[in-house]
Structures are given as structure tokens and as C-alpha cells.
Design a binder for this molecule. Structure first.
Ligand SMILES: [Cu+2]
Ligand SMILES: [Zn+2]
Length: 184
């Protein structure tokens, strides 16, 4: 009796394993195993009382990820901007985007041009001229597009002074969700 029930259990197990293997080989999961995206984009949505709009693109190049921003309606001066943990632009104050995206658990805020240890999402500052336009173009060796896709992008009220814990950049002027874009 013991042997028979063991055989039954073993064959059931084998069937489950075969089903699982077949499912992962032919199911929707396989289409998600494609190459990492070559380009991503965040389209900014202004928070309540803000006029900040524009796009931030992330393009895979030989040296890493090129980050380019083209914004309008930005108050003159420097504004901190970061990849935030949630791709959620639903709240009028932008807070649904959570805090700085820190998948490596660095637990330290920093200047991307200087600090090796920083939140992965720390992008420094973007500066607007008197006409409200702000552009940015910088390449990061350590910002994989497939890691940041689906997370948020926040442009802040004030400059990021790189103080702890999150740079004293104040409120949020705009939030976007980083999505996969068609590579050029
Ligand atoms: Cu931020
Ligand atoms: Zn940070």
C-alpha cells in the first residue's frame, strides 16, 4: 500500500513539473523575457498649482543610459529631479510616487556626478532659464533602463543640495511614469 501511494504521489508531482515547464516555455512569460528595452520615456504631469510639463527620455547607448529632459513651465533656477519608487502620478501633490528609488539599498542620497554610493534614482538638478525652459543631457553608466521602467520620475520645487536624507528639494512640481518607448 505504501509503495502504491508513493508511486501515485510521484507521478502527480512529475505531471505538475511538466505542466509548469510547458507553461513557462509557451505562455505569456516567454514574451517578457525579450531583450531589455533600448529606450524609455516619462511624460510629466503637473501637480496641483504647477505648470511643469515635458518629457524625460532614457536611451541605451554604448556608455550606459543617456538621460535627456526637455521641460517647459518650470520656475527659473535649479530643481532636483529623481527616479522615485512608484510609477504612480495619481495624487495632486505628487506624493503617491513615494521616495527615491533605491533598489540597491544604498540608503544614502547623493550627487550623481560625484557620489558612487547614492540612491540609484538620484539624477541631480535640472536648471530652468527665465522662459521656463529646462533641458538636461547626461549619461549614466549605472542606470539600467529595465530596472527603472515602471517607476516614477519627480521634478521638485527646489534645488537638490545633496543633503540627507533626500536632498531638501521640497515639494513636487510634476510626476511622470517611466514607460518602455520604441527604440530608434
Ligand atoms: Cu525626488
Ligand atoms: Zn536620493
Amino acid at each position: 500500500m505504501h509503495i502504491r501511494s508513493f508511486v501515485l504521489a510521484a507521478s502527480t508531482c512529475a505531471a505538475v513539473v511538466i505542466l509548469a515547464a510547458t507553461g513557462s516555455a509557451q505562455g505569456p512569460a516567454s514574451s517578457m523575457m525579450m531583450d531589455a528595452p533600448g529606450k524609455a520615456i516619462a511624460v510629466l504631469i503637473p501637480t496641483k498649482g504647477s505648470a511643469v510639463t515635458g518629457t524625460i527620455t532614457f536611451t541605451k547607448i554604448e556608455k550606459g543610459t543617456r538621460v535627456q529632459a526637455d521641460l517647459s513651465g518650470v520656475p527659473v533656477g535649479k530643481h532636483g529631479f529623481h527616479v522615485h519608487e512608484y510609477g504612480d502620478a495619481s495624487s495632486p501633490d505628487g506624493k503617491a510616487a513615494g521616495s527615491h528609488f533605491d533598489p540597491k539599498m544604498a540608503k544614502k542620497h547623493g550627487d550623481p556626478s560625484k557620489a558612487d554610493v547614492r540612491h540609484l534614482g538620484d539624477l541631480g538638478n535640472i536648471e530652468a532659464s527665465a522662459d521656463g525652459k529646462a533641458t538636461y543631457d547626461s549619461t549614466y553608466p549605472d542606470l539600467p533602463i529595465d530596472v527603472i521602467v515602471g517607476h516614477g520620475l519627480v521634478v521638485h520645487e527646489k534645488a537638490d543640495d545633496f543633503g540627507q536624507p533626500v536632498g531638501n528639494a521640497g515639494g513636487r512640481l510634476a510626476v511622470g511614469v517611466i514607460g518602455v518607448a520604441k527604440a530608434n
